[in-house]
Design a protein around this ligand. Structure first.
Ligand SMILES: *[C@@H]1O[C@H](CO)[C@@H](O)[C@H](O)[C@H]1NC(C)=O
Ligand SMILES: *[C@@H]1O[C@H](CO)[C@@H](O)[C@H](O)[C@H]1NC(C)=O
Ligand SMILES: *[C@@H]1O[C@H](CO)[C@@H](O)[C@H](O)[C@H]1NC(C)=O
Ligand SMILES: [Mn+2]
Length: 439
């Protein structure tokens, strides 16, 4: 609600050409709320309060997990650490949703703290793991943020495991992502394939385009605003090498979009509510018991979407993505349901750590919002059986909204002999069904 309110304020001010005051208000609220750990965890784990409106806000964003902080280092940056009368800062926030001054000052490569549990440090991985093609799609990404994503992968991945990095430019508009990027990527010649879409395809189809150019055994999808941590890839590859139907995600650490501070995340699993809104949730204590506890894979009902690894053949076998989905949003729930219901497994591997910037986009995008609704409808009509009523009853207007032709996805579900949504509720995510009367 806060964000919606601020967005409205923002739009109103924008119309009158005054956009600095609302930024002040925004960051005031923003920092106040994430200074307060209690409030943060409540907003992560509480029942869905905002209903309909929340679907519209940053639907493709990976939310920020509750960050572990020692009481001593609870000092968050104060507002007056940022000079909001500096046009570079404010225009950068509008363009990229992050602090470009700090991002530029960090340059093209940096070290981030090793956030792994001590148990992970002692683990040995075989040398003959499958190879990986890392697919990174970007659209109007900040140059340094994108470049650090690429350089962290290059420097922290053993060369024999990295088949290639496939960058897919989804028809970005910003000039520095054109010839300048080509020039800079020369540094990594031989390891990078750069594909430029002729028109905007959206994240979902861009990922499929990237996958189509890959030749590694495993596809690893990353957002274009990440920094991988030490020994990030080996645990993912090992899990997949043992079971090719295992889809795995790293534990996503938080890179603050204002300070670029790298913060370790607690152990979490991915869930969603009846609005298909993705959230992080606590891990059951029995899952982390025993000496190996904090390093054991965490069974996850859903993935956040941006960061995961999957056997390349298995990606095709289970039907990639729904080509009928536009931009992004909902595809993470769709692939999660498909993995579980059609015989696969989805785990978070805590020894694999990747930092991710949660960008704060202030501008609303009506095309995106429309696309997300349609994507969600495609998910519920193909995968949720009679339980789609729980989604539709929350938004009666959507009962009559069109969502294109899903016959191919329905056919896919039959061909793969996927189980029912009721099976998923009973076996993988019982907490969702219990919540039916509350959310
Ligand atoms: C922070 O949390 C405390 C409860 O621990 C609460 O009393 C206080 O109002 C919260 N502050 C803000 C700014 O939300
Ligand atoms: C903030 O930025 C403006 C514009 O660049 C500059 O004139 C001003 O001196 C800066 N203020 C501080 C406290 O640095
Ligand atoms: C939906 O698409 C399938 C083929 O993918 C086609 O056979 C069918 O006629 C389409 N349905 C409608 C209503 O257009
Ligand atoms: Mn992201």
């Amino acid at each position: 609600m806060r964000n919606i309110l601020i967005q409205c304020l923002f739009c109103a001010f924008l119309l009158f050409g005054i956009w600095i005051p609302p930024l002040f208000i925004y960051f005031h609220h923003h920092h106040e709320s994430y200074q307060n750990n209690t409030q943060e965890s409540e907003s992560l784990l509480s029942l869905e309060k905002y209903g309909h409106q929340q679907i519209l806000h940053n639907p493709g964003q990976i939310p920020r997990p509750q960050v572990v902080t020692n009481p001593s280092d609870k000092e968050e940056p104060k507002n007056n650490d940022f000079n909001f009368s500096d046009p570079e800062l404010t225009s950068g926030l509008l363009k990229y949703g992050l602090n470009i001054i700090v991002s530029k000052s960090l340059g093209y490569q940096r070290d981030v703290p090793d956030s792994r549990n001590a148990i992970c440090l002692g683990k040995q991985y075989p040398t003959n793991l499958p190879t990986a093609s890392v697919v990174i799609c970007f659209y109007n990404e900040e140059f340094h943020v994108l470049f650090r994503t690429v350089s962290s992968v290059i420097y922290l991945t053993p060369s024999h495991l990295l088949e290639e990095i496939i960058l897919v430019d989804d028809h970005s508009e910003y000039d520095d992502l054109k010839e300048k990027l080509d020039g800079y990527l020369e540094t990594f010649r031989g390891k990078i394939k750069l594909i430029r879409n002729k028109e905007r395809e959206g994240l979902i189809r861009s990922r499929m385009i990237g996958a189509g150019h890959a030749s590694g055994d495993v596809l690893v999808f990353l957002d274009s605003h990440c920094e991988v941590n030490r020994v990030w890839l080996e645990p993912l590859l090992q899990a997949i090498s043992k079971n090719p139907k295992m889809v795995v995600c790293p534990l996503i650490d938080v890179i603050d979009e204002m300070t670029f501070e790298y913060k370790a995340s607690p152990l979490v699993r991915g869930i969603f509510d009846w609005n298909l809104q993705f959230k992080w949730d606590k891990v059951f204590s029995y899952e982390v018991e025993g000496p190996d506890g904090p390093s054991k894979p965490i069974r996850s009902p859903a993935m956040a979407g941006g960061l995961f690894a999957i056997n390349r053949h298995y990606f095709y076998e289970i039907g990639q993505y729904d080509k009928g989905m536009n931009f992004w949003g909902g595809e993470n729930v769709e692939i999660s349901l498909r993995i579980w219901m059609c015989g696969g497994q989805l785990y978070i591997i805590p020894c694999s750590r990747v930092g991710h910037v949660v960008r704060n986009h202030l501008k609303r995008d009506p095309d995106l919002e429309r696309a997300v609704i349609e994507n969600y409808l495609r998910v519920v009509h193909v995968w949720m059986d009679e339980h789609k009523a729980h989604f539709l009853n929350r938004r009666p207007a959507l009962k009559f909204k069109s969502y294109g032709n899903v016959s191919e996805r329905v056919k896919l579900r039959k061909q793969l002999k996927c189980k029912s949504f009721q099976w998923y509720l009973d076996t993988i995510f019982p907490e969702l069904e219990v919540s039916v009367n509350f959310w």
